[in-house]
Design a protein. Structure first.
Length: 305
């Protein structure tokens, strides 16, 4: 039998119980004060942080979060800014290095909607003999690599893989068949000495024969405006001083590649091959890389606007 110095397990002195209760109240009060200081709302699992990213934890249904989706670029399911995944871009390198060997074939007339014109031409060249067709292929290939890095599907109208051409009507048809989101025909001009700078040729409203540009005039202008802006910024070149009134934009209705297009399409004349100062840029590989990047950024701005 106990001598009174201890108590049964189910009995405790009143003072001990009161002390324990006071400690519990103090802990609860401290927790309440902290909660109030933080805005009066307990944190929720998965709530966004200040940067907008979820904090993690269970999903609202009480389960575990689903595994992170992986995109084709190895990242999250949300494409990064500037991604062109799912977009189709047609690049149309003007002329063909072999056209000069097929004068008869490229001279034949084809329908362009409101007229008939030659299938294609040989293009121009610098005074030192650097051909426009070589320039257009080089810039287009560089642009293709940059666009593919951004996830775009890139279609060429020709890649020095044909004996000549294609004809201007087929160049338009290639873009239409590909359901291109944007099409850009790459060129260089052959104007007089002193005429400098680049310009972008836009489709005018044409409705004749197989041509009806009504649906593409506005989006093609938007594409052209973005090309002018980005090409100038990247290359440091100024818009043409002889066409477009300083805008770098030149609407035309006499080009089959534009008249017959059903998708947004423009031509870019990257400079004047017959002016020595422009020619020095056009023949410089480093500048051509800038030209390709300017074209790529203009297309990207248009497709991600």
């Amino acid at each position: 039998m106990s001598n009174g110095s201890t108590f049964p397990p189910h009995r405790r002195p009143r003072g001990t119980l009161l002390a324990a209760l006071a400690a519990l109240v103090a802990v609860a009060l401290a927790g309440w004060l902290i909660w109030r200081a933080q805005g009066g709302e307990p944190p929720r699992a998965g709530a966004p942080t200040a940067g907008g990213a979820p904090t993690g934890g269970a999903d609202p249904a009480g389960g575990t979060p689903p595994p992170e989706k992986k995109g084709g670029n190895g990242g999250s399911g949300t494409e990064p800014p500037g991604s062109l995944r799912g977009k189709v871009v047609v690049l149309d390198p003007g002329h063909n290095p072999r056209n000069r060997e097929h004068g008869h074939e490229i001279a034949r007339q084809v329908e362009i909607g409101n007229d008939r014109k030659e299938c294609d031409t040989t293009g121009t060249a610098t005074n030192d003999g650097y051909a426009e067709a070589s320039f257009t292929l080089d810039v287009a290939r560089r642009a293709r690599a940059l666009l593919q890095e951004r996830g775009a599907t890139v279609v060429f109208t020709q890649d020095d893989d044909r004996p000549y051409g294609p004809c201007v009507d087929e160049r338009a048809a290639i873009g239409n068949t590909a359901h291109a989101d944007a099409a850009v025909s790459v060129h260089a001009d052959g104007s007089a000495v002193g005429n400098r700078g680049f310009h972008v040729i836009l489709p005018e409203r044409v409705r004749a024969g197989a041509a009806d540009t009504a649906a593409i005039v506005a989006p093609s202008r938007a594409l052209g405006e973005r090309l002018v802006s980005r090409f100038a910024a990247v290359t440091g070149s100024a818009p043409s001083n002889y066409l477009g009134g300083g805008t770098g934009l030149d609407p035309r209705s006499d080009l089959g590649g534009l008249n017959l297009s059903k998708v947004p399409k423009v031509f870019i004349e990257c400079g004047n091959m017959r002016d020595p100062k422009d020619a020095a840029q056009l023949t410089d590989a480093q500048w051509r890389q800038k030209a390709a990047r300017g074209i790529t950024e203009g297309i990207t701005d248009f497709l991600t606007r």
